[in-house]
Design a protein around this ligand. Sequence first.
Ligand code: HEM
Length: 389
Amino acid sequence: VFSSNLETAKAATDQSGAEPFFGRHQSGITTPAQDALCFAALDLATQNLQGHRDLFRIWSKAASKMMAGLPAVSARAEESVPVDTGDAVGLAPARLTITFGLGPSIFEHQGADRFGLGHLMPAALRPLPAFSRDRLDPAHSDGDVCIQACSDDPQVAFHAVHTLMHMAETSAAPRWIQLGFGRTSSTTAGQSTPRNLMGFKDGTKNLRAEDAASMASYVWAGTESPAWMRTGTYMVCRRIQMLLTTWDGSELREQEHTFGRRKAGGAPLTGTSEYDPVDLNAKGPDGKPVIPLDAHIRVAGPVNNDDTRLLRRGYSYATGMDPQTGLIDAGLFFVCFQRDPRSQFVRIQRQLDAHDHLNRYIVHTASALFAVPPGAKPGSYVGAGLFGL
Ligand code: HEM
Protein backbone atom coordinates (compact mmCIF):
# COMPACT_ATOMS: atom_id res chain seq x y z
CA VAL A 1 0.00 0.00 0.00
CA PHE A 2 2.80 2.33 0.98
CA SER A 3 4.64 1.94 -2.32
CA SER A 4 1.51 2.34 -4.41
CA ASN A 5 0.73 5.56 -2.51
CA LEU A 6 4.21 6.74 -3.22
CA GLU A 7 3.74 5.98 -6.86
CA THR A 8 0.46 7.89 -7.02
CA ALA A 9 2.14 10.84 -5.32
CA LYS A 10 5.04 10.68 -7.77
CA ALA A 11 2.73 10.55 -10.79
CA ALA A 12 0.88 13.58 -9.45
CA THR A 13 4.15 15.49 -9.14
CA ASP A 14 5.23 14.46 -12.62
CA GLN A 15 2.00 15.82 -14.09
CA SER A 16 2.22 19.04 -12.15
CA GLY A 17 3.96 22.06 -13.52
CA ALA A 18 3.16 21.37 -17.18
CA GLU A 19 2.39 24.53 -19.18
CA PRO A 20 0.31 24.30 -22.37
CA PHE A 21 2.27 24.51 -25.65
CA PHE A 22 -0.71 25.13 -27.95
CA GLY A 23 -2.73 28.32 -27.70
CA ARG A 24 -3.38 31.81 -29.03
CA HIS A 25 0.04 33.04 -27.91
CA GLN A 26 3.28 31.15 -27.43
CA SER A 27 4.14 30.21 -23.86
CA GLY A 28 7.01 31.88 -22.01
CA ILE A 29 5.72 35.44 -22.51
CA THR A 30 2.88 35.91 -20.07
CA THR A 31 3.65 32.68 -18.21
CA PRO A 32 4.65 33.70 -14.65
CA ALA A 33 8.44 34.04 -14.99
CA GLN A 34 10.22 30.81 -14.04
CA ASP A 35 13.49 30.66 -12.11
CA ALA A 36 15.91 29.60 -14.87
CA LEU A 37 16.59 30.39 -18.50
CA CYS A 38 18.45 28.67 -21.31
CA PHE A 39 18.45 30.76 -24.47
CA ALA A 40 19.97 29.85 -27.83
CA ALA A 41 20.25 31.73 -31.11
CA LEU A 42 20.98 29.66 -34.20
CA ASP A 43 21.86 30.37 -37.80
CA LEU A 44 20.15 28.33 -40.48
CA ALA A 45 22.28 26.16 -42.71
CA THR A 46 19.33 25.22 -44.85
CA GLN A 47 18.82 27.56 -47.78
CA ASN A 48 15.32 26.59 -48.79
CA LEU A 49 11.92 27.31 -47.37
CA GLN A 50 11.00 23.64 -47.16
CA GLY A 51 13.95 22.94 -44.84
CA HIS A 52 13.05 25.90 -42.68
CA ARG A 53 9.40 24.85 -42.49
CA ASP A 54 10.36 21.25 -41.60
CA LEU A 55 12.57 22.49 -38.78
CA PHE A 56 9.76 24.51 -37.22
CA ARG A 57 7.40 21.57 -37.63
CA ILE A 58 9.62 19.08 -35.84
CA TRP A 59 10.68 21.63 -33.22
CA SER A 60 7.05 22.46 -32.39
CA LYS A 61 6.14 18.83 -32.00
CA ALA A 62 9.17 18.15 -29.82
CA ALA A 63 8.50 21.26 -27.72
CA SER A 64 4.92 20.19 -27.06
CA LYS A 65 6.16 16.81 -25.84
CA MET A 66 8.94 18.19 -23.66
CA MET A 67 6.65 20.76 -22.06
CA ALA A 68 4.36 17.88 -21.09
CA GLY A 69 7.31 16.12 -19.42
CA LEU A 70 7.74 13.52 -22.18
CA PRO A 71 10.82 12.78 -24.30
CA ALA A 72 10.95 14.97 -27.43
CA VAL A 73 10.76 11.85 -29.60
CA SER A 74 10.24 8.31 -28.27
CA ALA A 75 13.33 6.13 -28.18
CA ARG A 76 13.92 3.98 -31.27
CA ALA A 77 16.04 0.97 -32.09
CA GLU A 78 19.40 0.47 -30.41
CA GLU A 79 21.29 1.04 -33.61
CA SER A 80 19.79 4.50 -34.19
CA VAL A 81 21.11 7.73 -32.65
CA PRO A 82 18.75 8.84 -29.85
CA VAL A 83 16.92 12.05 -30.81
CA ASP A 84 16.13 13.11 -27.26
CA THR A 85 19.45 13.69 -25.50
CA GLY A 86 18.07 12.08 -22.33
CA ASP A 87 19.26 14.58 -19.74
CA ALA A 88 15.75 15.30 -18.41
CA VAL A 89 14.60 11.70 -18.00
CA GLY A 90 12.87 11.40 -14.63
CA LEU A 91 12.59 15.17 -14.14
CA ALA A 92 9.20 16.92 -13.96
CA PRO A 93 8.75 19.73 -16.54
CA ALA A 94 8.83 22.32 -13.74
CA ARG A 95 6.70 24.74 -15.81
CA LEU A 96 8.97 24.41 -18.83
CA THR A 97 8.07 26.82 -21.64
CA ILE A 98 9.69 26.90 -25.07
CA THR A 99 9.35 30.05 -27.15
CA PHE A 100 10.52 30.30 -30.77
CA GLY A 101 11.52 33.49 -32.56
CA LEU A 102 12.68 34.59 -36.01
CA GLY A 103 15.39 37.22 -36.53
CA PRO A 104 15.42 39.95 -39.21
CA SER A 105 18.05 37.93 -41.14
CA ILE A 106 15.35 35.39 -42.12
CA PHE A 107 13.89 38.07 -44.35
CA GLU A 108 16.96 39.98 -45.42
CA HIS A 109 20.51 38.76 -45.09
CA GLN A 110 23.45 40.64 -46.62
CA GLY A 111 21.07 42.15 -49.14
CA ALA A 112 19.62 38.75 -50.16
CA ASP A 113 16.14 37.35 -49.62
CA ARG A 114 17.20 33.74 -48.85
CA PHE A 115 13.78 32.20 -48.43
CA GLY A 116 11.65 34.45 -50.64
CA LEU A 117 9.95 35.80 -47.51
CA GLY A 118 11.24 39.39 -47.78
CA HIS A 119 7.82 40.84 -48.63
CA LEU A 120 6.44 39.40 -45.37
CA MET A 121 8.99 41.10 -43.11
CA PRO A 122 7.23 43.15 -40.43
CA ALA A 123 8.33 46.80 -40.26
CA ALA A 124 8.60 46.30 -36.49
CA LEU A 125 11.41 43.77 -37.10
CA ARG A 126 13.75 46.35 -38.61
CA PRO A 127 17.17 45.81 -36.97
CA LEU A 128 17.71 47.88 -33.85
CA PRO A 129 19.73 51.09 -34.24
CA ALA A 130 23.16 51.42 -32.62
CA PHE A 131 23.20 53.23 -29.26
CA SER A 132 26.18 55.42 -28.38
CA ARG A 133 27.27 53.39 -25.35
CA ASP A 134 26.87 49.95 -26.93
CA ARG A 135 29.91 47.68 -26.81
CA LEU A 136 28.31 44.77 -28.63
CA ASP A 137 29.98 41.46 -29.32
CA PRO A 138 28.65 40.38 -32.74
CA ALA A 139 29.42 36.71 -31.96
CA HIS A 140 26.97 36.88 -29.06
CA SER A 141 24.34 38.95 -30.87
CA ASP A 142 21.54 38.43 -33.43
CA GLY A 143 20.77 35.07 -35.08
CA ASP A 144 18.32 33.67 -37.64
CA VAL A 145 16.15 31.90 -35.08
CA CYS A 146 15.96 31.67 -31.31
CA ILE A 147 14.80 29.26 -28.67
CA GLN A 148 13.95 30.59 -25.23
CA ALA A 149 13.51 27.80 -22.69
CA CYS A 150 12.41 28.75 -19.18
CA SER A 151 11.77 26.38 -16.30
CA ASP A 152 11.96 26.27 -12.53
CA ASP A 153 14.55 23.51 -13.03
CA PRO A 154 17.71 24.71 -14.87
CA GLN A 155 18.50 21.21 -16.11
CA VAL A 156 15.07 20.95 -17.74
CA ALA A 157 15.59 24.29 -19.49
CA PHE A 158 19.04 23.22 -20.71
CA HIS A 159 17.77 19.85 -21.87
CA ALA A 160 15.08 21.48 -24.03
CA VAL A 161 17.63 23.60 -25.89
CA HIS A 162 20.15 20.75 -26.01
CA THR A 163 17.65 18.40 -27.66
CA LEU A 164 16.26 21.03 -30.08
CA MET A 165 19.81 21.92 -31.15
CA HIS A 166 20.61 18.24 -31.63
CA MET A 167 17.49 17.78 -33.75
CA ALA A 168 18.52 20.76 -35.91
CA GLU A 169 22.10 19.57 -36.37
CA THR A 170 22.07 19.53 -40.16
CA SER A 171 19.78 22.52 -40.67
CA ALA A 172 20.84 25.07 -38.03
CA ALA A 173 24.07 25.79 -36.16
CA PRO A 174 24.14 27.35 -32.70
CA ARG A 175 25.43 30.93 -32.76
CA TRP A 176 25.30 31.85 -29.08
CA ILE A 177 23.85 30.48 -25.87
CA GLN A 178 22.91 32.34 -22.72
CA LEU A 179 22.08 30.79 -19.37
CA GLY A 180 20.18 32.80 -16.81
CA PHE A 181 19.52 32.14 -13.16
CA GLY A 182 17.10 34.10 -11.04
CA ARG A 183 14.29 35.92 -12.79
CA THR A 184 14.69 39.68 -12.56
CA SER A 185 11.08 40.57 -13.13
CA SER A 186 7.73 39.63 -11.79
CA THR A 187 5.33 39.27 -14.69
CA THR A 188 2.11 38.46 -12.85
CA ALA A 189 0.32 40.10 -9.93
CA GLY A 190 0.76 37.06 -7.68
CA GLN A 191 4.56 36.97 -7.90
CA SER A 192 6.80 38.72 -5.39
CA THR A 193 9.39 41.09 -6.83
CA PRO A 194 12.82 39.47 -7.17
CA ARG A 195 16.16 41.24 -6.80
CA ASN A 196 18.77 41.83 -9.47
CA LEU A 197 22.53 41.43 -8.88
CA MET A 198 22.77 45.08 -7.77
CA GLY A 199 20.56 44.13 -4.84
CA PHE A 200 17.49 46.09 -5.96
CA LYS A 201 13.94 44.83 -6.39
CA ASP A 202 13.32 44.61 -10.11
CA GLY A 203 9.92 44.43 -11.80
CA THR A 204 7.83 46.58 -9.44
CA LYS A 205 6.34 48.66 -12.26
CA ASN A 206 6.39 45.92 -14.87
CA LEU A 207 3.31 45.18 -16.96
CA ARG A 208 1.29 42.31 -15.49
CA ALA A 209 0.09 39.40 -17.59
CA GLU A 210 -3.39 39.53 -15.99
CA ASP A 211 -3.86 43.07 -17.28
CA ALA A 212 -5.48 42.08 -20.59
CA ALA A 213 -6.00 45.67 -21.74
CA SER A 214 -2.29 46.48 -21.34
CA MET A 215 -1.27 43.21 -23.00
CA ALA A 216 -3.45 44.16 -25.99
CA SER A 217 -2.09 47.71 -26.15
CA TYR A 218 1.58 47.06 -25.43
CA VAL A 219 2.47 43.41 -26.08
CA TRP A 220 0.41 41.62 -28.75
CA ALA A 221 0.93 42.59 -32.38
CA GLY A 222 -2.22 43.94 -34.04
CA THR A 223 -3.34 44.82 -37.54
CA GLU A 224 -0.26 47.03 -38.06
CA SER A 225 1.76 43.77 -38.29
CA PRO A 226 1.48 41.33 -41.23
CA ALA A 227 -1.27 38.71 -40.79
CA TRP A 228 1.19 35.94 -39.82
CA MET A 229 2.38 37.95 -36.80
CA ARG A 230 -0.97 39.10 -35.36
CA THR A 231 -1.29 38.03 -31.69
CA GLY A 232 2.45 37.38 -31.77
CA THR A 233 4.96 39.80 -30.24
CA TYR A 234 8.51 41.13 -30.68
CA MET A 235 11.33 40.22 -28.34
CA VAL A 236 14.41 42.31 -27.62
CA CYS A 237 17.36 40.73 -25.78
CA ARG A 238 20.26 42.75 -24.38
CA ARG A 239 23.12 41.25 -22.41
CA ILE A 240 23.97 44.01 -19.95
CA GLN A 241 27.16 43.56 -17.98
CA MET A 242 27.17 45.14 -14.53
CA LEU A 243 30.41 46.71 -13.32
CA LEU A 244 29.82 45.12 -9.96
CA THR A 245 33.10 46.10 -8.31
CA THR A 246 32.41 49.79 -8.94
CA TRP A 247 28.77 49.42 -7.93
CA ASP A 248 29.54 47.45 -4.78
CA GLY A 249 31.93 50.23 -3.72
CA SER A 250 29.38 53.03 -4.08
CA GLU A 251 27.45 54.55 -1.16
CA LEU A 252 23.90 53.48 -0.41
CA ARG A 253 22.61 56.98 -1.16
CA GLU A 254 24.28 56.92 -4.59
CA GLN A 255 22.81 53.47 -5.29
CA GLU A 256 19.30 54.60 -4.31
CA HIS A 257 19.57 57.80 -6.34
CA THR A 258 20.68 55.78 -9.36
CA PHE A 259 17.35 53.95 -9.49
CA GLY A 260 15.13 56.44 -7.61
CA ARG A 261 14.10 53.70 -5.20
CA ARG A 262 15.14 52.37 -1.78
CA LYS A 263 17.37 49.34 -1.76
CA ALA A 264 15.82 47.57 1.22
CA GLY A 265 12.12 47.53 0.34
CA GLY A 266 11.98 48.93 -3.20
CA ALA A 267 9.90 52.00 -2.24
CA PRO A 268 10.24 55.04 -4.49
CA LEU A 269 12.23 57.87 -2.88
CA THR A 270 8.86 59.65 -2.61
CA GLY A 271 7.22 56.86 -0.56
CA THR A 272 7.72 54.29 2.16
CA SER A 273 6.58 51.00 0.63
CA GLU A 274 7.17 49.29 -2.70
CA TYR A 275 3.95 50.18 -4.49
CA ASP A 276 3.65 53.77 -3.21
CA PRO A 277 3.21 56.34 -5.99
CA VAL A 278 6.26 57.71 -7.75
CA ASP A 279 6.02 61.51 -7.48
CA LEU A 280 8.31 62.89 -10.15
CA ASN A 281 7.45 66.49 -9.17
CA ALA A 282 8.34 66.22 -5.48
CA LYS A 283 11.17 68.56 -4.37
CA GLY A 284 13.41 68.09 -1.34
CA PRO A 285 14.30 70.80 1.22
CA ASP A 286 17.23 71.79 -1.03
CA GLY A 287 14.77 72.49 -3.88
CA LYS A 288 16.11 69.57 -5.95
CA PRO A 289 13.85 66.79 -7.29
CA VAL A 290 13.59 63.95 -4.76
CA ILE A 291 13.81 61.49 -7.66
CA PRO A 292 16.86 62.79 -9.52
CA LEU A 293 16.56 63.85 -13.16
CA ASP A 294 18.85 61.01 -14.22
CA ALA A 295 17.30 58.31 -11.98
CA HIS A 296 16.61 55.08 -13.90
CA ILE A 297 12.88 54.98 -13.09
CA ARG A 298 12.37 58.58 -14.22
CA VAL A 299 14.28 58.14 -17.48
CA ALA A 300 12.72 54.71 -18.31
CA GLY A 301 9.23 55.46 -17.05
CA PRO A 302 6.17 56.17 -19.22
CA VAL A 303 5.97 59.89 -18.36
CA ASN A 304 9.31 60.42 -20.10
CA ASN A 305 8.51 58.07 -23.02
CA ASP A 306 5.17 59.00 -24.63
CA ASP A 307 3.44 56.74 -22.13
CA THR A 308 4.93 53.58 -23.62
CA ARG A 309 5.57 50.40 -21.59
CA LEU A 310 7.23 47.01 -21.92
CA LEU A 311 6.78 43.50 -20.58
CA ARG A 312 10.21 42.87 -19.03
CA ARG A 313 11.15 39.20 -18.49
CA GLY A 314 14.91 39.08 -17.96
CA TYR A 315 17.31 36.90 -15.97
CA SER A 316 20.49 37.43 -14.01
CA TYR A 317 23.59 35.86 -15.48
CA ALA A 318 27.18 35.21 -14.39
CA THR A 319 29.56 33.58 -16.80
CA GLY A 320 32.90 33.79 -15.02
CA MET A 321 35.77 36.23 -15.44
CA ASP A 322 35.90 38.66 -18.34
CA PRO A 323 39.41 38.21 -19.79
CA GLN A 324 39.40 41.74 -21.24
CA THR A 325 38.68 43.58 -17.98
CA GLY A 326 39.65 41.04 -15.33
CA LEU A 327 36.22 41.63 -13.74
CA ILE A 328 33.35 39.23 -13.20
CA ASP A 329 31.19 39.01 -16.28
CA ALA A 330 27.81 39.16 -14.59
CA GLY A 331 24.70 41.21 -15.00
CA LEU A 332 21.29 41.20 -16.55
CA PHE A 333 20.18 39.29 -19.62
CA PHE A 334 17.44 41.80 -20.33
CA VAL A 335 14.49 40.38 -22.27
CA CYS A 336 11.39 42.37 -23.13
CA PHE A 337 8.28 41.75 -25.20
CA GLN A 338 6.35 44.42 -27.05
CA ARG A 339 4.09 45.22 -29.93
CA ASP A 340 6.60 47.41 -31.76
CA PRO A 341 10.22 47.75 -30.62
CA ARG A 342 10.65 51.03 -32.52
CA SER A 343 8.22 52.95 -30.33
CA GLN A 344 8.86 50.90 -27.20
CA PHE A 345 12.34 49.43 -26.51
CA VAL A 346 14.15 51.81 -28.88
CA ARG A 347 12.22 54.84 -27.59
CA ILE A 348 13.15 54.02 -23.98
CA GLN A 349 16.71 52.87 -24.68
CA ARG A 350 17.49 56.14 -26.52
CA GLN A 351 16.56 58.00 -23.34
CA LEU A 352 18.50 55.60 -21.13
CA ASP A 353 21.55 55.73 -23.41
CA ALA A 354 21.60 59.53 -23.16
CA HIS A 355 20.52 60.21 -19.56
CA ASP A 356 20.49 57.17 -17.25
CA HIS A 357 22.73 57.50 -14.18
CA LEU A 358 22.96 53.69 -14.26
CA ASN A 359 25.24 53.99 -17.32
CA ARG A 360 28.18 54.47 -14.93
CA TYR A 361 27.69 50.91 -13.76
CA ILE A 362 26.61 48.94 -16.83
CA VAL A 363 27.67 48.11 -20.40
CA HIS A 364 25.42 46.61 -23.07
CA THR A 365 27.54 43.80 -24.54
CA ALA A 366 25.11 41.92 -26.80
CA SER A 367 21.84 42.54 -28.58
CA ALA A 368 19.21 40.62 -30.55
CA LEU A 369 15.73 41.14 -31.92
CA PHE A 370 13.21 38.43 -32.83
CA ALA A 371 9.66 38.20 -34.11
CA VAL A 372 7.78 35.76 -31.88
CA PRO A 373 4.93 34.36 -33.95
CA PRO A 374 1.52 33.54 -32.43
CA GLY A 375 1.03 30.23 -30.67
CA ALA A 376 0.26 27.08 -32.66
CA LYS A 377 -3.16 25.48 -32.94
CA PRO A 378 -3.25 21.78 -31.92
CA GLY A 379 -1.94 19.73 -34.84
CA SER A 380 -0.18 22.74 -36.34
CA TYR A 381 3.19 24.36 -35.58
CA VAL A 382 4.72 27.72 -34.66
CA GLY A 383 5.30 29.79 -37.79
CA ALA A 384 2.65 27.99 -39.87
CA GLY A 385 1.14 31.36 -40.78
CA LEU A 386 4.45 32.42 -42.34
CA PHE A 387 5.64 29.20 -43.94
CA GLY A 388 2.23 27.99 -45.13
CA LEU A 389 0.85 24.55 -44.26
C1 HEM B 1 21.38 46.26 -16.01
C2 HEM B 1 20.44 47.05 -16.50
C3 HEM B 1 19.16 47.38 -15.74
C4 HEM B 1 18.89 47.27 -14.42
C5 HEM B 1 19.78 46.79 -13.30
C6 HEM B 1 17.53 47.72 -14.24
C7 HEM B 1 16.87 47.78 -13.02
C8 HEM B 1 15.65 48.38 -12.80
C9 HEM B 1 15.05 48.58 -11.52
C10 HEM B 1 15.66 48.19 -10.19
C11 HEM B 1 13.86 49.20 -11.71
C12 HEM B 1 12.86 49.66 -10.64
C13 HEM B 1 11.85 48.63 -10.27
C14 HEM B 1 10.86 48.32 -11.36
O1 HEM B 1 9.89 49.06 -11.58
O2 HEM B 1 11.08 47.31 -12.02
C15 HEM B 1 13.69 49.34 -13.15
C16 HEM B 1 12.60 49.91 -13.76
C17 HEM B 1 12.44 49.98 -15.13
N1 HEM B 1 13.35 49.65 -16.09
FE1 HEM B 1 15.19 48.93 -15.76
N2 HEM B 1 17.01 48.08 -15.45
C18 HEM B 1 17.98 47.88 -16.40
C19 HEM B 1 17.85 48.08 -17.76
C20 HEM B 1 16.71 48.50 -18.40
C21 HEM B 1 16.55 48.63 -19.82
C22 HEM B 1 17.61 48.32 -20.87
C23 HEM B 1 15.27 49.05 -20.03
C24 HEM B 1 14.56 49.34 -21.33
C25 HEM B 1 15.13 49.84 -22.40
C26 HEM B 1 14.65 49.22 -18.73
C27 HEM B 1 13.35 49.63 -18.54
C28 HEM B 1 12.78 49.84 -17.31
C29 HEM B 1 11.42 50.33 -17.14
C30 HEM B 1 10.42 50.65 -18.25
C31 HEM B 1 11.21 50.44 -15.76
C32 HEM B 1 9.94 50.91 -15.06
C33 HEM B 1 9.98 52.40 -14.88
C34 HEM B 1 8.73 52.90 -14.17
O3 HEM B 1 7.69 52.91 -14.81
O4 HEM B 1 8.82 53.25 -13.00
N3 HEM B 1 15.55 48.87 -17.77
N4 HEM B 1 14.80 48.84 -13.79
